[in-house]
Design a protein around this ligand. Sequence first.
Ligand SMILES: [Zn+2]
Length: 276
Amino acid sequence: MPELPEVETTRRGLDAVMTGQVVRQFIVHNGSLRWPVPPDMPEQVNGQRLVACKRRAKYLLLQFNHGTQIVHLGMSGSLRRAPLDEPRRAHDHIEWLLDDARYLLHDPRRFGAVLWHCAAQGPVDTTHPLLSALGKEPFDPTLTAAWLKAQLAGKRQAIKQALMDSRIIVGVGNIYASEALFRARINPRIAAGKLSEQRCERLIQTIRSTLDDALTSGGSTLRDYLNATGEPGAYFQLHAAVYDRENQPCRQCSTPIRRLVQGQRATYYCTRCQRN
Ligand SMILES: [Zn+2]
């Protein structure tokens, strides 16, 4: 699944090449995505200039002066740049035809989305229902230990699950939650409300460092998203300390990594390094 680092890397790539260009033709090859692509979408964007490519959580925001296209890559999606003469591949459902290239949303499972938000309705991030209730971005400077501790106060839910709750912090997927907790030496099962401010501070730092590492490794695979030669769906491989390493020795202390299921998602941790 594309996680925050893949989406941010895609955004940076798209922003560098798409921003400032005019959409010559927006083509819906198969609009049956998670939600149907609005039938008037081509009318909205054809002939319009893209003024910025932004991101909120895992939503790409293609901004025009009169509105925003909200793009989500779903479970299996990717967006890539291809030469004008390259044939479309299977599962390339949505196409932005620009002057120098075409941009294709490839989405085999069709859980992605392309939606429209009209600027007249207000700023997309505070007024669109998919975005308005989202929590803080991991790199938002206002995400502080004191703020996080207040959010978690009284919560009996396990910290691993609270960490993945996008109403608190966005973009911490299953892999990154396990890895950040390992780096912070926090047991994934402890009640979220029990975390001290100091441990909240450490956790914020390890969330950022884990995502940063993925972004750094992603920089080298940027071409997967933007070149015709890239294989869509080649997501970043994090050098995981615990994730998907059940029974393998902990890289810190050699204790076998344990797997457990929390909220139907697998969690991996070291019972020694993350004792409490
Ligand atoms: Zn260990």
